[in-house]
Design a protein around this ligand. Structure first.
Ligand code: F0G
Length: 464
């Protein structure tokens, strides 16, 4: 007797995109030409593309139909009003300013809220978010719980803010030098880990006591809400939509990369409850992105986004979405591969320090492993370790994050369970030959966000 029924996706496939299969020789040439950086590969040389869940989503038939009712007026497009109403209704923010993607919103909000010398506490950094804070004159301070830095810890809310760390920072630098606390739902760099509503409520209280605002990086808020429903007492019977509404209601401003949760390929917005911030954002968006009723998106993009937001908040969608990630993670665990636990929402993160214990962080174990996984089977993943962490502004030395990870990220509604099986099996094959892997060194290092464009060569010619 089969006791448990499997879940399956609440959709079927209507159109397919062909993939090119490559030989190992072709892949060796391709990764060498790409400087051993998976960001520099041509996507046509990739079989299963798990580089990112950003902008790689499959849209639904309804979203495609929405493109046809795009109103491409320069000003006041009807799709803008649809999006504006949707953000207010589903995400509970009063005002919305569209941007071309998440970092456009981060740029504008950082310029408005941060003054030189400010400190911005957050539940771990994200690359673009921190850079915009720094470019505005601020310094990011990590106040995430210690468990987030421990790949073995099974703590269910590794995205939580350590309230003691937050209070210590306020005490040390003064509330007047902290414009806002930044919370991400879920925390990408920690492995797609959620923050609990209990924690958000507690930090809201501290913020109110000191007159500090709360900024919400809501890029994967629906995925965070699913974990709250599953793990946090009192939320099992609430819908993802209700939980998302509650999270948003506890924060003042938000930045959204619509390329993730909301199931589109491009777009973003800034949202706020503050009239003054709204007016300033409307003014700045005109300089950097486009008029305040399109902000860098076409009318049709805003329509697809408005529809995508609604689809993204269905419980059955999120269950299948997070369920696929759990399936991959559990398969890797069965093969004995060291991954970040608990398994996250948008991807599975391999612990490259444990996978390649013979390599020091200075020869870039995660960068090396991502290259090897590509060579093995044409599966594209990405580094999230010392290369992503960049250099210390003051000393010029590498930032050395505790987490040295390879991220296997799942686009939404794109790959089948068989693709996931092939991915897990090929990583198991790399694991079997891990001792022969040697590491990389830089041949080119760009100044900003170096992981995107850096180039490397193998320490031993012919192998990564
Ligand atoms: N915040 C988080 C948590 C993100 O994951 C991203 C993007 C952004 C902000 C920036 O948004 O790309 O639309 O400008 N993350 C992508 C990724 C790039 O692959 O994780 P964007």
């Amino acid at each position: 007797m089969i006791k448990r029924r499997s879940w399956a996706e609440p959709w079927k496939i209507k159109m397919v995109e062909h993939l090119r299969m490559t030989t190992r020789e072709e892949r060796l040439k391709a990764i060498e030409a790409a400087g051993y950086n998976t960001f520099l590969l041509k996507s046509e040389d990739v079989y299963i593309d798990l580089l990112t869940d950003s902008g790689t989503n499959a849209m639904s038939d309804r979203q495609w139909a929405g493109l046809m009712i795009g109103d491409e007026a320069y000003a006041g497009s009807r799709n803008f009003f649809h999006l504006d109403d949707t953000v207010r209704e589903y995400y509970a923010y009063k005002h919305m300013v569209p941007t071309h993607q998440g970092r456009g919103a981060e740029h504008i909000l950082s310029q408005i809220l941060i003054k030189k010398g400010d400190f911005i506490p957050g539940n771990m950094y994200f690359t673009t978010t921190r850079l915009h804070q720094e470019l505005a004159g601020g310094t990011f301070v990590d106040v995430i719980v210690d468990e987030a830095h421990d790949t073995e810890s099974e703590f269910p809310f590794k995205g939580n803010v350590d309230l003691k760390k937050l209070e210590n920072l306020i005490h040390k630098v003064g509330a007047e030098n902290i414009p806002y606390i930044c919370i991400a739902t879920t925390v990408n760099m920690a492995g797609g880990q959620p923050i609990s509503l209990e924690n958000i409520k507690a930090l809201r209280k501290i913020a109110d006591q000191h007159g500090i605002s709360v900024v919400h990086d809501m890029t994967r808020v629906a995925e965070n809400a699913w974990f709250i429903k599953e793990r946090e007492a009192g939320y099992a019977d609430k819908s993802v939509r209700e939980i998302v509404h509650e999270i948003c209601s506890l924060t003042d401003h938000a930045t959204m990369s619509a390329k993730k949760d909301p199931l589109v390929n491009i777009g973003g917005f800034l949202a706020t409850n503050d009239e003054d911030v709204f007016r300033k954002a409307q003014n700045l968006v005109v300089i950097y992105e486009g008029l305040h009723t399109y902000g860098g998106m076409a009318g049709r993009d805003m329509e697809a986004l408005a529809i995508g937001i609604k689809e993204s908040l269905h419980d059955d969608h999120i269950q299948a979405r997070v369920g696929q990630t759990q399936y991959l993670g559990n398969k890797l665990l069965e093969y004995g591969i060291p991954i970040v636990k608990p398994i996250g929402s948008h991807g599975v993160f391999i612990d490259a320090k444990k996978f390649l214990p013979h390599l020091s962080q200075d020869v870039f174990p995660a960068q090396t492993l991502a290259a090897e996984i590509y060579i093995e089977a044409g599966v594209r993943t990405m580094e999230r370790g010392i290369i992503s962490a960049g250099r210390n502004k003051a000393t010029g030395d590498h930032n050395r994050p505790k987490l040295e990870l390879v991220r296997i990220t799942l686009p939404r509604r794109v790959y089948t369970q068989a693709h996931i099986d092939v991915t897990a099996e090929s990583i198991a094959d790399v694991y079997a030959r891990r001792e022969s892997i040697k590491g990389l060194r830089f041949t080119y290092e760009p100044e900003y966000l170096r992981f995107f464009q850096a180039r490397f060569e193998p320490l031993e010619p012919g192998k990564a």
